[in-house]
Design a protein around this ligand. Structure first.
Ligand SMILES: *Cc1c(COP(=O)(O)O)cnc(C)c1O
Length: 364
């Protein structure tokens, strides 16, 4: 079976370095908030091009902590998309704020700036664009609207570690930005992990305090916080993988190019690349009206394609409110299909996948 993503290969590719990083932590006797987390926060912030990084428990926590650091919560509204991982919306609702889900651009799967203004009310406090599948959202247009209405912007970069929007990396544009290090992400840990990044020293300090009981000084909670710490083991592994992130992203882009070249001219809609941006292909998502048949055919041929995501967030029982004109989102959900994509996917496996897609069209 060719899997859609494969974290085991992500470990084996750097096995010696990762094993020695793990051993280093085990032998240090210091497992929570130590040198590894501090080092990784500095290295990752530098890589993204921002001043501060705060390691937290998950990407979901990163988003809710960023909102809370800004004082956003009960009674407030936050505009985002329905076409995203449920985590984006769950993180907003965890703070007590209400998620207002706007539609995406059909070509790019990211928040449509033209749909934002209709979703703004007197309660709106922030916009959370998601750089979905590894493709940067239309940041210039989104930041312009945010400025006009005095709204905060938090980038959800959980699928776009290392992607460039024009000449800067995503995560360096918003007031804050959030990353996930879930094992299958472009930068993946061996468990849960996340980070909030920002250039704003005050927000950085609030986020750092929130992640540990509201402490600035140990044992003194200045406000109600939580326990959302990144641990030393994850940070040590992530430092190894960060050093290889650009190389890994290049491999994803190379595989995407192979797919693009051989699918050209077929009855498929291929991923489009926003002008002057890099798409880091967390996922390679095609569109076809015969999606369900193709998914079944590929499974039968030992290829685990997948759907990201089968049910838009606003159609899920927990969050079935707050949608705002999401026709494109609902249509996309019926046609999208993610083909296997990870840096270590071999050329011969890519060819097997391409041949299977071609075989599907010969049969149907
Ligand atoms: C993975 C993901 C998250 C949440 O990350 P976790 O670390 O799993 O909590 C948030 N937003 C998007 C778009 C994601 O893909």
């Amino acid at each position: 079976m060719i899997l859609c993503s494969n974290p085991t290969f992500g470990y084996l590719a750097y096995k010696n370095e990762i094993d020695s990083a793990i051993k280093r932590v085990l032998e240090s006797g210091w497992y929570i908030l130590g040198e590894e987390v501090k080092g990784f926060e500095q290295e990752f912030a530098k890589y993204i091009g921002v001043d501060f990084g705060i390691g937290v428990n998950s990407g979901t926590d990163a988003i809710s902590l960023a909102l809370r650091a800004m004082g956003i919560g009960l009674g407030d509204e936050v505009i985002t998309v329905s076409h995203t991982a449920v985590a984006t919306v769950a993180a907003i609702e965890m703070t007590g704020a209400k998620a207002i889900m706007a539609d995406v651009e059909e070509d790019f799967f990211t928040l449509d700036p033209a749909k934002i203004e209709a979703a703004i009310t007197s309660r709106t406090k922030a916009i959370i664009p998601v750089h979905l599948y590894g493709q940067p959202a239309d940041l210039d247009a989104i930041l312009k609207i945010a400025k006009k209405y005095n709204l905060r912007v938090i980038e959800d970069c959980a699928q776009a570690h290392g992607a460039f929007y024009k000449n800067k990396r995503v995560g360096s544009f918003g007031d804050m930005a959030c990353f996930s290090f879930y094992p299958t992400k472009n930068l993946g840990a061996i468990g849960d992990g996340g980070m909030v990044v920002t250039n704003n020293a005050e927000l950085a300090q609030r986020a750092a305090m929130l992640r540990q009981y509201g402490w600035k000084q140990r044992y003194v909670s200045e406000f109600a916080g939580l326990n959302s710490r990144l641990d030393e083991l994850q940070a040590a592994v992530l430092r190894v993988k960060l050093a290889h992130l650009d190389e890994d992203n290049s491999k994803r882009m190379r595989i995407a190019k192979m797919y693009n070249n051989q699918f050209a001219g077929m009855d498929l809609i291929l991923p489009k690349n926003r002008k002057d941006c890099t798409h880091v292909y967390h996922l390679y998502v095609i569109r076809t009206k015969k999606r369900d048949e193709m998914l079944r055919y590929l499974k039968k041929n030992q290829i685990a394609a997948a759907i990201h995501y089968p049910l838009p967030v606003h159609l899920q029982p927990a969050y079935n409110q707050g949608q705002n004109n999401v026709n494109i989102t609902e249509n996309l959900a019926k046609e999208i299909l993610s083909l296997p994509m990870y840096p270590q996917l071999s050329d011969s496996d890519v060819q097997i996948i391409i041949d299977a897609v071609k075989g599907f069209y010969n049969e149907f």
